[in-house]
Write a protein that binds this ligand. Structure first.
Ligand SMILES: [Zn+2]
Length: 289
């Protein structure tokens, strides 16, 4: 009888312990859940806030650039924006206002000999295996394009030049002018000739991080021989599928201000790239000036 009672008490205690532990575990889990939920909530709020700020900055930026372009840009006067481009621009503005396309302004930024890069321009960069840096936003599309191009042409495609600092750009122009002078040109002619292929600091697309010079490893020369490579032919035919355009096409020198460059590709996003390449126009014409 005594023994039985003792066993009964032990069992009761065990049940009490079990109950206590269950309550404790439940309480810990509940607290953990509340803490995690709060953390996720705060993070989401911060992310939304940051996105809102970046959209506002982009909208301000596009307006600033439009004000700038309302000035005395020779290039703009030369361009005849057609109705279609005008509508496109309006559509783009609507999209921007609605916040449907966060990266619109970022990938459609216009930098050429008339439109300089804003001094407060910032772009998140990412490094490629060969050390060249590019805008983070195009990383995935670029990698896919390089891989598919390599597979299709059985050759290796290489980004020989991506992002450049203004200092680097200035240095490149200086070197090009010196090269021309050494080849026998006068100073003015040397500079004029150099400017057909190399932009001055703050006026190069390479400073945006959205432009890449892509060559075939077998021929890394940035000259007219590049377009004969299978890699370059494939790139020019397929780049739009990956959001890229051939930025300085043949026959559009008066619009872009640059000689034809079969190797220079610019990331603008898939929708814009498709339209630009399909219509055989330039970024200047697409943006309507
Ligand atoms: Zn280039």
């Amino acid at each position: 009888m005594r023994r039985r009672r003792k066993r009964k008490i032990t069992l009761k205690r065990r049940l009490q312990w079990l109950g206590a532990w269950s309550v404790l575990i439940f309480a810990v889990l509940l607290t953990g859940g509340i803490v995690a939920g709060t953390f996720v909530g705060i993070r989401k709020f911060c992310d939304n806030y940051a996105q809102k700020k970046s959209r506002e900055a982009a909208a301000t930026h596009i307006n600033e650039r439009k004000t700038q372009s309302g000035g005395n840009s020779k290039l703009e006067k030369d361009l005849q924006p057609d109705k279609e481009s005008g509508n496109l621009q309006e559509e783009e503005e609507d999209m921007l206002q609605e916040g449907e396309e966060d990266q619109l302004e970022e990938t459609l930024i216009l930098v050429n000999k008339s439109f300089y890069l804003p001094t407060n321009y910032e772009v998140p960069l990412i490094s490629l295996d060969n050390g060249q840096q590019i805008a983070e936003v195009m990383y995935g599309d670029l990698q896919n394009m390089l891989m598919d191009g390599a597979r299709a042409t059985k050759s290796t495609l290489l980004v020989s030049s991506g992002f450049r600092t203004s200092e680097k750009q200035e240095q490149l122009l200086k070197e090009e002018i010196e090269k021309n002078i050494n080849a026998g040109m006068g100073e003015d002619e040397a500079r004029k000739d150099a400017l057909m292929t190399v932009a001055p600091a703050h006026y190069s697309e390479h400073e945006t991080g959205l432009a890449v010079d892509i060559v075939s490893v077998a021929n890394q020369r940035l000259d007219e021989t590049q377009e004969d490579t299978a890699a370059n032919q494939w790139l020019r035919e397929n780049c739009a599928d990956y959001g890229f355009i051939l930025r300085y096409p043949r026959g559009k020198e008066d619009v872009t201000g640059f000689s034809y460059e079969s190797w220079h590709f610019r990331y603008v996003g898939k929708a814009a790239a498709e339209e630009i390449m399909q219509r055989g126009i330039t970024l200047e014409e697409y943006l309507g000036g």
